[in-house]
Write a protein that binds this ligand. Structure first.
Ligand SMILES: [Ca+2]
Ligand SMILES: [Ca+2]
Length: 200
């Protein structure tokens, strides 16, 4: 988990005007901020407290989503910008991409097809063959590499004990149909009354 000292220094004041909320460190993964609406796709996102990929994805599913599926360059930039406060917060971000089920076959936690990838150069590399790195994340703005690029890594809650890894949740619920407008109910009632009146 992120020490409280660090999480409060991570800059939430900078984006609290967007309606973020913060949660105390309860010893288990939870919501650090959100929900945040991505206007480009209508999906809702949350930033989680620092934790492992697997704990973060389980929690994401309990919210009705998964760790984020990056579908295109616009979503890639948006996620990094929003959840690192435009690169001013040194935080690495877990995404849904993983090859835990079958080594070398990268899939999204959401089950969406893999049609966009933004690996950093030389990645995925399983630490040059030293470890079985099954989980993808954005580099932190101040650690690892370009913050818009991805690395494969071992499951854990920090990068080398240096910066926290935080899950980003994406929820893409089909919009609930709008309720029947009051005016149409009133119109139906009015015409029913007229019919009754005419029968009298
Ligand atoms: Ca997406
Ligand atoms: Ca790697």
């Amino acid at each position: 988990m992120v020490p409280r000292k660090i999480s409060s220094a991570l800059g939430f004041a900078a984006i609290s005007s967007l309606g973020f909320m913060s949660s105390p460190d309860a010893g288990a993964v939870t919501i650090l901020s959100g929900p945040v609406l991505n206007q480009a796709n209508g999906h809702t996102y949350y930033l989680l407290t620092s934790d492992t990929w697997n704990a973060s994805n389980l929690f994401a599913q309990s919210l009705g989503g998964n760790l984020v599926t990056i579908n295109d360059v616009a979503e890639n930039a948006w996620v990094s910008d929003i959840f690192t406060a435009n690169g001013t917060v040194n935080r690495a971000l877990w995404i849904g991409l993983n090859d835990a089920a079958q080594e070398g076959t990268w899939t999204w936690a959401s089950g969406e097809p893999v049609n966009y990838l933004e690996w950093d150069s030389g990645q995925p590399n399983s630490a040059l063959g030293r470890f079985d790195e099954d989980y993808a994340h954005f580099w932190a703005p101040g650690y690892g590499g370009n913050r818009f690029k991805w690395n494969d890594y071992l499951d854990g809650s920090t990068l080398d004990g240096q910066v926290p890894l935080h899950g980003v949740v994406e929820i893409s619920l089909t919009p609930v149909p709008a309720p029947t407008p009051v005016w149409s109910i009133a119109a139906a009632l009015f015409s029913a009354l007229r019919i009754r009146a005419a029968r009298r």
